[in-house]
Ligand binder design. Structure first.
Ligand SMILES: O=c1ccn([C@@H]2O[C@H](COP(=O)(O)O)[C@@H](O)[C@H]2O)c(=O)[nH]1
Length: 278
């Protein structure tokens, strides 16, 4: 079975280095002329799939916006995941899970076991209970060709106080996460299956990302204020591993399908101008 890293590398080569989020904010639903209910959620998600599912490398549904409608919202998330898979994009579910290991096993079964209704290509995970507590996710991902993106240096200003705190051995908390994920990717080629989330908003923090060997998901572009040029400052010599991620910047061009495609194309051109050719 092909690893997630191999599949992601191919998707980026064929479609370009871009992840677009499906974040149906109430304000976006209103802007698109849709009701703030499950019907609006369904129409919003179907439109994004129609516009981008056959051309963007990775689509990242934000689970929170589906969960807020309860079981009917989760049913739409399931259907959106199926539609994205049929359209050919990789699905990264932004769900930021983390817990003690025995519970992480259940999260792993939910998202990374192909028999689950919410099975996806990759998930985001929180290392606050220790990177080691996420081992069941890493194991199931490796078994079934899935991926896990672990939060390291997030795009929000509040993250720094925790993530840049210095541990007993002198490394920051974030650097310990970076180093543990680097170990997991050792020997993987062309790309490891275990990624990190590093916000495009954070500037030059001095963290060493050079040995990660996996994808570096970069949210914070567009609506949160970072631009493609900021990727140079944040990622330096690790730019070749960056997967830029945009949600509102692209979604606010909808509901017109052609306009959504043009917005995705525009941000992809911006990113290609900064990232090395892949
Ligand atoms: O550090 C992080 C981690 C995750 N996110 C998520 O990405 C999108 C960003 O949406 P925009 O509309 O492009 O701002 C959203 O789903 C966040 O939950 C992040 O922003 N920063």
């Amino acid at each position: 079975m092909e690893s997630f890293g191999t599949r992601l590398h191919r998707a980026i080569t064929e479609r370009g280095p871009l992840c677009v989020g499906i974040d149906p904010h109430p304000g976006l639903l209103a802007q698109w002329g849709l009701p703030d209910d499950v019907e609006g959620l369904d129409r919003f998600s179907r439109t994004v799939v129609e516009a981008l599912g056959d051309r963007v490398a990775v689509v990242k549904p934000q689970s929170a916006f589906f969960e807020r409608f309860g079981s009917r919202g989760v049913a739409i998330l399931e259907s959106t995941i199926r539609q994205l898979r049929d359209a050919g994009s990789l699905v990264l579910l932004d769900v930021k899970r983390g817990d003690i290991g025995s519970t992480v096993s259940a999260y792993a079964a939910a998202y990374l076991d192909p028999s689950s209704p919410v099975y996806v290509d990759a998930v985001t995970a929180s290392p606050f209970l220790g990177v080691g507590s996420l081992a069941p996710m890493f194991e199931l991902a490796a078994e079934h060709g899935g991926g896990v993106f672990v939060l390291a240096l997030t795009s929000n200003p509040e993250g720094a106080a925790v993530q840049r705190a210095v541990t007993a051995d002198g490394r920051t908390v974030a650097q310990t996460v970076i180093d543990e994920i680097s170990q997991l990717n050792r020997g993987a080629s062309p790309l490891g299956s275990f990624g990190l989330v590093v916000g495009a908003t954070i500037g030059d923090t001095g963290h060493d990302l050079s040995g990660v060997g996996g994808p570096l998901l970069a949210p914070g572009l567009g609506a949160q204020g970072a631009g493609a040029a900021d990727l140079r400052t944040v990622f330096g010599s690790s730019l070749a591993s960056v997967l830029p991620s945009y949600s509102r910047e692209v979604l606010s061009a909808g509901p017109d399908v052609a306009a959504l495609r043009a917005a995705a194309e525009r941000v992809l051109v911006d990113c290609r101008a900064v990232l090395p050719a892949r």
